[in-house]
Design a binder for this molecule. Structure first.
Ligand code: DGY
Length: 322
């Protein structure tokens, strides 16, 4: 009897094929639509392993339905959608997908920073809506990126990869994290700052912290008030790290200049979302790691983790709290 693996979204056969001989693969087949909760609660009862996405809440109730479950392989580096403590109590391994997405996510972070600073989305919409009549000196003039100060909050792998890119733009790099990063300080010249100092001194504040009880609404009214009026805020972490009403007020009252947002509370959001309606917001639908190559690597890493567990080996990338 092969272990049963439940996959919560239709994934490409070319990624899955090498693993089919090891597992009885069952999958939610509807393309690009999350598995309904009642279906997942039923399917999990037979599953020895689960490959899930950040669209699924892997909470205590679900884990209790999965009596045979040995591993939850989450296709994301963030794992705030998984109750890791409840999984641990039940002896269920949880894995994530670090490393393979680092550079892709750092590229997107930098692209979003530049888009917000140089008003690239707004400028593209301007021409597409046929509004361009003349060249003029300050038409869609934005803020420079080069030689400015970037403050990275959360200096893990992605934060450090963003810092390297910033160095290429002759930026001064500051960071805040739970612990000092001597390698980044030595190799990239990143300067550690207390959170409040970083907010006050940065031209670009980039949020890359994982969402935890400690980081929920970290960027609140007080935080935005401490930033420069010319600051650009970029979030490629999770929407839950930001008080979105406070961000809206900061952007509309001129407390900060602009924002680049790849993540939101309560995703997916629509065009009616107040932040999306602002000209000084560049908004993306959570595509930080979305290159074809990286998304395939993330899925393959999930499947390698599942394989390792059923071979009686340690998974390659258990979540760091385990
Ligand atoms: C992650 O890996 O946590 C990203 O948000 C998904 O792209």
């Amino acid at each position: 009897m092969k272990p049963v693996i439940y996959v919560t979204r239709k994934i490409p056969e070319k990624v899955l094929k090498p693993y089919r001989s090891h597992f009885d693969v069952r999958m939610w087949e509807a393309a690009d639509e999350p598995v309904p909760r009642d279906v997942l609660l039923k399917e999990i009862q037979d599953a020895d392993g689960l490959l899930c996405l950040l669209t699924e809440q892997i909470d205590r109730e679900l884990l209790e339905h999965g009596e045979k479950l040995k591993i939850v392989a989450n296709m994301a580096v963030g794992f705030d959608n998984v109750d890791v403590a409840a999984a641990k109590e039940r002896g269920v391994m949880v894995t994530n997908t670090p490393d393979v997405l680092t550079d892709t996510t750092a590229d997107l972070t930098f692209a979003l920073l530049m888009a917000a600073a140089r008003r690239i989305v707004e400028a593209s919409e301007y021409i597409k809506s046929n509004a361009w009549e003349n060249w003029s000196p300050y038409l869609l003039a934005g803020a420079d990126v080069h030689h400015k100060t970037i403050g990275i909050v959360g200096m893990g792998r992605i934060g450090q990869a963003v810092a390297k890119r910033a160095k290429g733009f002759d930026m001064h790099v500051m960071y805040h994290a739970r612990s000092r990063k001597p390698d980044a300080e030595r190799e990239i010249g990143a300067v550690y700052k207390a959170f409040d100092e970083l907010l006050a001194e940065s031209d670009f504040v980039v949020c890359l912290v994982p969402l935890t009880n400690q980081t929920a609404d970290l960027f609140n009214r007080e935080a935005f008030r401490k930033m420069k009026n010319s600051a650009v805020f970029v979030n490629v972490s999770r929407g839950g790290t930001v008080d979105e009403d406070a961000l809206y007020d900061a952007l509309t009252k001129g407390e900060i200049r602009a924002a680049g947002l790849d993540v939101f509370k309560g995703e997916p959001i629509g065009a009616e979302h107040p932040l999306v309606q602002l000209d000084n917001v560049a908004a993306l639908p959570h595509i930080g790691s979305a290159s074809e190559e990286t998304r395939s690597k993330m899925l393959t890493l999930c499947l390698d983790n599942v394989t390792a567990v059923f071979n009686g080996e340690k998974p390659l990338t258990p979540v760091s709290t385990q």
